[in-house]
Design a protein around this ligand. Structure first.
Ligand code: GTP
Ligand code: MG
Length: 193
């Protein structure tokens, strides 16, 4: 692995589940109570120093959850290394719509893209509509790692991103090994024939 690796991460999910808040908390450690719908695409950079001294740079793309922007969101799937699919634990509909988001991911994203499922707003127990078990079941259905988080308190965000980074690194390493094997095989053939 080179000293520095850049990964493109996309954050998707229904409107108002807390995608922008999730990114702002993780990248800048800030949180805003007021809601401003995202209308364009923008990214934040976050550096992660690995234990082995290597640096991973995350380019974290925020997307607009509103239905009318979905076709634009889809056009950003291209080249993504990782996807964080978010629903809100205080919005049952947003969990149901995970199925739609997964269909769109499966239709357009290659298998070697890391995907995790996040149930956000876990701090708001009073308004909770989705149990942790329902989230786990949904994740299991699609074989996704699952995290309940809170962009408001910052709870569990590091764990979610750490897992995603680990998955992306593993995928890169497997791809690299496959490439080397192919080169070796090609070299072997040219020698023998
Ligand atoms: P779109 O840009 O329309 O797709 O929405 P979004 O998914 O980016 O949602 P956004 O981050 O703007 O958050 C929507 C509202 O939920 C805001 O009022 C946030 O303050 C609030 N919110 C976000 N995350 C949390 C959380 O973890 N807990 C609580 N209680 N509120 C949150
Ligand atoms: Mg937003």
């Amino acid at each position: 692995m080179p000293k520095e690796t850049l990964y493109k991460v996309l954050v998707i999910g229904d409107t108002s589940v807390g995608k922008t808040s999730f990114i702002m908390r993780y990248a800048d450690n800030i949180f805003q109570e007021s809601y401003i719908a995202t209308i364009g695409m923008d990214y934040k950079l976050k550096n992660i120093n690995l234990e082995n001294g290597k640096l991973v740079k995350l380019q974290i793309w925020d997307t607009a959850g509103q239905e009318k922007f979905h076709s634009i969101t889809k056009s950003f799937y291209k080249g993504a290394n990782g996807i964080i699919l978010i629903y809100s634990v205080i919005d049952n509909n947003s969990l149901n719509n995970v199925k739609k988001w997964m269909e769109s991911i499966k239709a357009q994203v290659p298998d070697d893209v890391a995907v995790i499922l996040v149930g956000n707003k876990k701090d708001d127990e009073e308004m909770r509509q989705v149990t942790a078990e329902q989230g786990e079941d949904m994740a299991e259905n699609y074989k996704l790692p699952f995290f309940e988080c809170s962009a408001k308190t910052g709870d569990n965000l590091d764990a979610a991103f750490d897992k995603l980074v680990k998955m992306m690194l593993e995928i890169s390493q497997t791809a690299k090994k496959g490439k080397k094997l192919k080169q070796k095989q090609a070299g072997g053939n040219s020698k023998c024939c």
